[in-house]
Design a protein around this ligand. Structure first.
Ligand SMILES: Cc1cc2nc3c(=O)[nH]c(=O)nc-3n(C[C@H](O)[C@H](O)[C@H](O)COP(=O)(O)O)c2cc1C
Length: 325
């Protein structure tokens, strides 16, 4: 399949693996890229720019295909060493960057100068248009279904994607709720040039996370995610567990007076405990509603090959077959 996204990133299939904290290590990024998609290392999971440089080198040793790095611009007072991370990406010869969070404008000149394609992930048409205006090459449009931070507008992809298609000139991929060939074909029908998956890629053989995390996703239904931190305007879609229900009790009890410090136990520092140690009640971790569509733990290649084969079937047999001769 050839789309503006496969052409832009030099990949075989229009499938991207979104950056994921404590999931997007070199092993997963390389597996996705080797399977013909675009694998992405999560920049901020690496504690220092030197660590990121090392992770990029590790990934390059595992694949000769293009891969990218996610840079999430957090709304925090003491920012991580972003200049250092950007330098590690450029020096590492990476040619694709997924930005997310705050506006990436400040970093675009350096990235562009190095010939890097920038795909900005955002959850609204207005932010997508802003990304286009400041010179991003593509956007990843993340609907309300998505695991992680869906923003505060709550527009699901059935509306958000055609809205994006109506407004944008640059290509975009559909993100949030994407799991299989049906997701891909629907996304293409709504104007996207590919899809980005997060949660689906966690439940793969190569995802370097604890087996408990993969089993939790397989066991979960579409009813098992919750939105936390809404009162702090930092909404995150997570899989429910004891810590998440405790956090929601606090939100109900404290109302508008709630502060980050009140929920620190449920959200701070929980990713390594969940992802690496498999302590499934340790705190709130991002997971999409798409968990309801995930029933197995294939390799990345099995997953991507299956999606592409079934997508071809859907287009050639089901859709074309519906047209009158
Ligand atoms: C465990 C997890 C961690 C994530 N961490 C990040 C992150 O650090 N930066 C980011 O831009 N997106 C992050 N995301 C969002 C994903 O890149 C992607 O946009 C999202 O998962 C898409 O929705 P889906 O899970 O329904 O496929 C995370 C998602 C998950 C599930």
């Amino acid at each position: 399949m050839k789309t503006k996204i496969t052409e832009m990133f030099g990949i075989q299939h229009p499938i991207i693996q979104g950056g994921m904290h404590f999931v997007g290590f070199a092993e997963l990024a390389a597996a996705v890229s080797n399977a013909g998609g675009l694998g992405i290392i999560t920049g901020l999971t690496q504690r220092t720019p030197a660590d990121l440089a090392n992770e990029i080198a590790r990934c390059r040793a595992m694949t000769d295909k293009p891969f990218g790095v996610n840079l999430t611009f957090l709304p925090v007072v003491t920012a991580p060493d972003y200049p250092g991370y950007v330098k590690a990406i450029i020096d590492g010869g990476v040619k694709a960057v997924e930005t997310a969070g705050n506006n990436p404008q400040k970093w675009l000149p350096a990235l562009k100068e190095a010939g890097i394609k920038v795909i900005h992930k955002c959850t609204s048409v207005r932010h997508a248009l802003k990304a286009e205006a400041i010179g991003c090459d593509a956007v990843s449009v993340d609907g309300f279904e998505c695991g992680g931070h869906p923003g505060e507008d709550d527009v699901p992809n059935m509306i958000l994607l055609p809205r994006a298609a109506d407004e944008l000139k640059i290509p975009f991929v559909a993100s949030g709720g994407m799991a299989d060939a049906r997701s891909l074909v629907a996304a293409l029908a709504m104007g996207a040039d590919g899809m980005n998956m997060g949660t689906r890629f966690i439940a793969t053989k190569e995802a370097p996370v604890h087996e408990n995390v993969k089993q939790a996703i397989v066991a979960a239904s579409e009813l098992d995610t919750r939105l936390v931190m809404r009162p702090l305007r930092n909404t995150e879609r997570v899989l429910t567990n004891e810590a998440v229900e405790r956090l929601l009790d606090k939100e109900r009890a404290l109302g508008a007076a709630i502060k980050f410090e009140d929920i620190i136990e449920e959200v701070a520092g929980v990713y390594p405990r969940i992802m690496l140690k498999g302590e499934m009640q340790a705190g709130a971790w991002s997971c999409g509603m798409v968990a309801g569509l995930i029933n197995d733990i294939p390799t990345c290649k099995e997953l991507i090959d299956r999606i592409m084969a079934e997508a071809e079937q859907l287009i050639r047999a089901r859709l074309e077959g519906m047209l009158a001769a």
